[in-house]
Design a protein around this ligand. Structure first.
Ligand code: GUN
Length: 294
């Protein structure tokens, strides 16, 4: 029997984007696009995400730099590293991996990165440009990746109800703004839900497209879904699994086994949104290199 579940294959879509970017980078005159990663501490998830971004950049033919700072680093020292990267003409993009340790202020840190090198799209200037629908800015990679996935699945959001579960700076807010834009494939009606939302299932059941970005393993259950909805799972949560050799496995914010049979399309975890985040970071870095002109 054919598999009735329509998985959106983020690995395949990201791989084709990466191949397109590789060809574009190869056609550029020197210098090669260069992205600098700043990682604070040794959080295992951050170590693995930065390593993946670094590998993909190298695969595309980009230069990479990695700055690893101790967990206890002060703001002054962190900002000195960012300032030096801002001033370096051979560095086109800068990414400070989140989350930062609690003594460091993430928003102040994101604002320290030059808006012209802010390939994460977290600087106030780039968030402002997103609100103003000014394409000259940088859009955060996970939200941009979700829009790219939907576009490549030929899904036009015009008039559809997109419900965003989560209001983070990194995913929830920017993805809602992107879906809302007065642009081809967007024009959605958008609702943001969060931990204080009353009767959450009543709202999520209205979603034509549900974007789950709250970081709670398998939070979205079948009762929260309208049959036929498109479900985008942004969660990457590690849970204990004694049946695995590693003792753990990754799950999303959506209870995939229960929700997938109801959804018209759904992203798996892993292999859905995650690879798109990396691909869009590469796209932003190429854009930063083109902006710099050299
Ligand atoms: N942590 C989780 N997602 C992201 C991201 O897109 N960029 C950065 N800098 N940190 C993250």
């Amino acid at each position: 029997m054919p598999d009735p579940i329509h998985r959106i294959d983020g690995n395949a879509i990201a791989a084709s984007l990466v191949a397109e970017l590789k060809a574009e980078v190869a056609a550029l005159p020197p210098p090669r696009p260069c992205i600098a990663f700043v990682r604070v501490g040794e959080d295992p998830a951050s170590v693995s995400y930065v390593a993946k971004k670094d590998r993909t950049a190298a695969e595309i033919g980009m230069e990479t730099r990695l700055h690893v700072l101790p967990d206890a680093v002060g703001e002054e020292e962190l900002f000195a590293v960012i300032d030096a990267l801002n001033a370096d003409p051979l560095v086109h993009g800068i990414l400070v991996q989140a989350p930062l340790p609690p003594h460091l202020d993430e928003v102040r840190t994101f604002r320290r990165v030059s808006p012209l090198k802010d390939v994460d799209g977290f600087h106030s200037e780039n968030l402002g440009k997103l609100c103003q629908e000014d394409d000259a800015g940088f859009v955060a990679c996970t939200p941009a990746g979700i829009m790219e996935l939907l576009a490549r699945e030929s899904l036009d959001l015009a008039g559809l109800h997109v419900v965003v579960l989560g209001r983070s700076l990194i995913v929830g807010k920017p993805v809602g703004l992107l879906a809302l834009q007065k642009k081809p494939l967007a024009n959605a009606t958008v609702t943001f839900c969060h931990s204080r939302t009353r009767d959450l299932p009543a709202i999520t059941r209205q979603a034509d497209v549900l974007i789950a970005a709250i970081g709670r393993p398998r939070f979205v259950t079948a009762e929260m879904i309208k049959p036929g909805a498109v479900v985008i799972d942004v969660g990457i949560n590690r849970i204990a699994d004694p049946s695995r050799k590693s003792g753990s496995r990754l799950v999303g914010d959506v209870d995939f086994a229960a929700v997938a049979p109801l959804a018209s399309k759904i992203t798996p975890v892993p292999g859905g949104v995650g690879p798109m985040t990396v691909a869009m970071l590469m796209k932003n870095t190429l854009k930063a290199r083109r902006l710099a002109g050299s």
